[in-house]
Design a protein around this ligand. Sequence first.
Ligand code: HAM
Length: 420
Amino acid sequence: MDKIHSLTGMLDHYNDGDKENMSVKIFETEKRIRKIFLNYKYSEIRTPALEDTNLFIRSAGDASDIVNKEIYSFDDKNNKNIALRPEGTASVIRAVIEKKLDQSSHKLWYMGPMWRYERPQKGRYRQFYQAGVEILGYHEGAAEFEIISMVCSIIEEFSIENCTVKINHLGDEESKKLFCNALVSYLEPFKDQLDEKDLSRLSKNPLRVLDSKNTETQSLLKNAPSLKDFIKPSALSLLEKIENEYKDICNIEIDYTLVRGLDYYSGFVFEALSSELGAQDSFLGGGRYDSLSSKLGGKSLPSIGMAIGIERFASLIKNFTVSNKIVSFITLTSNLESKPYKIAHQLRSLNSNIVLDLQLSEGSLKSKLRKANKNNSDYAIIIGEEELKDGTAVIKFLNDELKDQQTVSIKELLSFYKAL
Ligand code: HAM
């Protein structure tokens, strides 16, 4: 029989407790980011993985790569075209409108899988995970400072090095339009030097040309008009204030060529990048999208948000420490002897901070201790026939150079474990 392969190109991560292991880093990333969201007093929102495909066509825009080639969509049994969500923002706004929550302000977070039909490669998967926030109902100002503060908190929490937070302002509708007109006039005479993708961007959403990966286009853009000369003084001042206030916390810089891959943005935008990620160097991105709610049929709802790519972010974590102590529980009695399992249960309920690895396999003490060492266990608790008869247990200090051990009563074992 033929083997069945993953459709998504995603790595199948397996958590075996090794601190260098990607799965452990992903787990810790999700746990600590969730804590940051809660500390900032955001509320969780869970949206479905499946949505009407039109939601993404109307929100991301037909000049975006997402809509052009990356939507993972198909007809359901009712011949309705549905898509696996490629991002979280459109779903959040759809939910807020549907639940009639679009007349008030909200600070929301979410975490979960997203799908984009991309060519799988390092840092780019067809199924990947995002953690994101959406701040709804606040005009430009405080929310921009809050979101950059959160980005810095996340970078600080994991001591991510060699990363830059780039910020820009796409202007309001009027200045964006003026800039796009100037850009089109500038590029018009060079049209025959643009590739098919950039030509299409030029006609559908000229701003996206700034994001071209084509080196010829990039060299043409060196002399192109700059957004800096089109946005209002208040926008320039916001960028400067954010750069000045946060530059001592994280490496933040204004980049007037920064644009985003989704069409719904206007105003303040940002991306966090790391040179360690290779071609897919952006691990976080976001910005303001004030017109999305009304575009999707809701009330006017000024909004700003961001999302982190969990796999890309986790791969940047170094010097990773798991603070919990690990104890291996080794029985050398018959596998069906119930008493040791009851003791393991009592230990677990006495101290939930400890990771207790009850070894389920049969085998020699030597092989079980080898496994305990491989698991980075700090201690092994050993119960054999003799200990069972005497009502005792052996505690082996695996971090100790001498690998010392001590026989204690079960009562002493319980108090030792509780105090760990
Ligand atoms: P985005 O920049 O398209 O923004 O995605 C955010 C992050 O998701 C990226 O920086 C990247 O780390 C990760 N990512 C995207 N595609 C892939 C992939 N194929 N494989 C692995 N990671 C990937 C958004 O999605 C917006 N919804 C962010 C936002 C929220 N803006 C406002 N609110």
